[in-house]
Design a binder for this molecule. Structure first.
Ligand code: NDP
Ligand code: OXD
Length: 311
């Protein structure tokens, strides 16, 4: 009998309890699932999220894996008490949600929708025909689960998509770049740039005054990745001098974004409240159960975090 502890956001327990029970049973596991435990020493697996109660993993001496419900692991990967294998969330529902959010926001800026949505003032504005997608360069920083899927969806709409990753990739429909030179190449061609990197020391402030200056004047920034990948002062400066025409930001250094943050009031910034993509309960429960099944069968876990890379 496996003891599995749900240590995610407590408000999600009523949804996750039945979904995880179904998924573990379907995976053929014998288990006790609980959202609390009196004795950490008997816990075999932890279903984890940074919004949950566990900050110290050291009492969980028998735990075979910590299964993160989030894709991003920056808030747990450096936890010195975490010695157990850590997996991150790769979930079809999360991926689909991100593809939809990215595609919607890219299309908004590509088509110049705001001019007409906010311009219902009786003025017949002609001459605002957008180029075809095939003539619009979109850049994606990060070509992992979410970046590659979003890039491929945009390529499917004919956008001219280029992407950047740590290792060199070959992905149908996407011009792939890597390395410092590759970053400069992607920045220099992107009229719309989407950030889907994980937050690590290497990706912190990847958008700064130097890299923003490489971009074509009037570029749009879309950030569903993580807030600290942008040097906020540099972005605000670039927005104020027109180097960047708009920023759609879903993630921030401080969340919730404080009410007096300059992003809220900036006319060329759209703030969304970290809703780009959410881990979906049913599909993610299946991913968690599959990993527990694998561990019990001595098969390699899926989506193990590389602690040295930080993602
Ligand atoms: P993956 O780990 O699958 O992909 C990360 C990509 O970034 C990989 O292509 C990786 O390169 C690349 N990368 C990492 N470090 C560097 C670097 N130093 N230089 C260049 N490229 C780098 O992550 P996901 O696609 O699953 O998720 C990406 C991020 O999206 C998450 O970490 C999270 O922060 C964010 N997110 C936001 C959500 C929201 O609602 N706003 C929801 C879910 C996730 P390589 O392929 O070579 O490893
Ligand atoms: C995630 C997120 O990392 O929701 O999963 O941001």
């Amino acid at each position: 009998m496996l003891n599995i502890l749900f240590a995610g956001n407590p408000t999600l327990w009523p949804n996750y309890e039945p979904a995880l029970k179904t998924a573990f049973a379907d995976a053929g596991l014998e288990f006790e699932l609980s959202d609390s435990c009196d004795d950490p020493a008997i816990v075999d697996y932890i279903v984890f999220s940074p919004a949950g109660p566990i900050k110290d993993f050291s009492p969980f001496v028998r735990t075979k894996a910590v299964l993160n419900l989030w894709a991003g692991v920056e808030s747990v990967v450096g936890n010195k008490t975490l010695t157990q294998p850590l997996t991150r969330m790769v979930d079809p529902g999360l991926r689909e949600g991100m593809v939809e959010w990215v595609t919607g926001h890219v299309l908004r800026h590509h088509l110049g929708m705001d001019v007409h949505i906010h311009g219902q003032d009786g003025v017949w504005r002609e001459g605002k025909v957008p180029p075809l997608a095939r003539d619009r360069c979109v850049g994606i920083l990060g070509l992992g689960e979410l970046g590659a899927a979003s890039g491929q969806a945009l390529a499917g709409l004919n956008f001219d998509v280029a992407g950047w990753s740590r290792s060199q990739k070959s992905i149908e429909g996407i011009k792939c770049f890597s390395g410092e030179e590759g970053l400069r190449d992607v920045m220099a061609r992107s009229e719309i740039l989407v950030l889907l990197l994980p937050l690590t020391p290497e990706t912190t402030n990847v958008l700064n005054s130097e890299t923003l200056a490489l971009m074509p004047k009037g570029t749009v920034i879309i950030n569903p990745g993580r807030g600290p990948m942008i040097d906020d002062a540099a972005l605000l400066n670039a927005l104020n001098n027109g180097q960047i025409s708009h920023a759609t930001l879903d993630v921030f250094r401080v969340e919730p974004l404080p009410v007096d943050d300059p992003y809220w009031a900036h006319p060329n910034v759209t703030v969304t409240p970290h809703i780009a993509a959410e881990t979906r309960v049913t599909s993610s429960a299946r991913m968690v159960a599959e990993n527990v099944r694998r561990a019990e069968a001595n098969e390699p876990l899926m989506n193990v975090v590389d602690r040295s890379a930080g993602y």
